[in-house]
Design a protein around this ligand. Structure first.
Ligand code: PMT
Length: 204
């Protein structure tokens, strides 16, 4: 009830994507963890507090949508036990048992009628080649249509910054989008994804 495991995500990238999708005319649903940003009045917003709640909401919404973008920095593990009372400090060290959370974007991509599924990859690579390699592995393992990789070890982009620079990776190619505001980047990403969606729909 007092302490919890979280991360550095501000929600800026996800909320900018929602704005860009709405601007492009998409009926948009935002599933958001706790952040300090006002949501778009033109998108339906569902607030969640845990990875489990986000999984439930995402699986429900994803059954009836054409495009799913997973930008949230969802925890990979959660404490095995949720305490009712505050955990008191005693020894100099402490072990907390963690169990694996379901991987939301993997489960969405595995739906029988899955939407076009776009993941993000937050990496701390040594080189750009390494960023692509790490993200491409996620694209394939999670069976996504597209993955957007960002280097979160650079403070000027990624977590909590108003800017980002990404590598957009599909199964055949990759394209770098240089540092720009998350607003502009989101518009560029929505245009690119819309084009890919059109091509995929034509092929079906
Ligand atoms: O919010 P900001 O401050 O603007 O920062 C933006 C960002 C850095 C959070 C964003 O650009 C970003 O990189 N988001 C993905 C963060 C992440 O969790 O990446 P990952 O490489 O650990 O996960 C890969 C993919 O699996 C992601 O699409 C993630 O949403 C998804 N995932 C992860 C764990 C989990 N339990 N379920 C998931 O669906």
């Amino acid at each position: 009830p007092v302490r919890y495991i979280s991360n550095n995500s501000s929600g800026k990238m996800g909320y900018a994507l929602v704005e860009a999708a709405v601007e492009a005319g998409a009926e948009t649903v935002l599933i958001s963890g706790p952040v300090n940003i006002s949501p778009s009045k033109r998108a339906k917003t569902i607030y969640v507090k845990s990875a489990k709640e986000m999984h439930v909401a995402a699986m429900k919404e994803a059954t009836d949508c054409q495009l799913f973008i997973a930008c949230a920095a969802v925890a990979d593990y959660r404490p095995k036990q949720k305490l009712k009372q505050k955990l008191k400090k005693t020894d100099t060290s402490m072990n907390i048992d963690l169990i694996k959370n379901s991987d939301i974007v993997t489960d969405v991509a595995a739906l029988s009628n899955s939407p076009f599924t776009v993941g993000f990859a937050a990496e701390t690579p040594e080189t750009t080649d390494c960023l692509e390699k790490l993200a491409r592995e996620k694209l394939q393992r999670k069976k996504l249509d597209l993955i957007i990789a960002n280097d979160v070890s650079i403070p000027a982009i990624g977590f909590d910054s108003d800017y980002n620079a990404v590598l957009v990776i599909d199964h055949d190619s990759s394209e770098m989008i240089a540092k720009t505001s998350k607003t502009i980047l989101s518009r560029q990403l929505i245009v690119k994804i819309s084009q890919m969606l059109k091509i995929k729909n034509k092929a079906l």
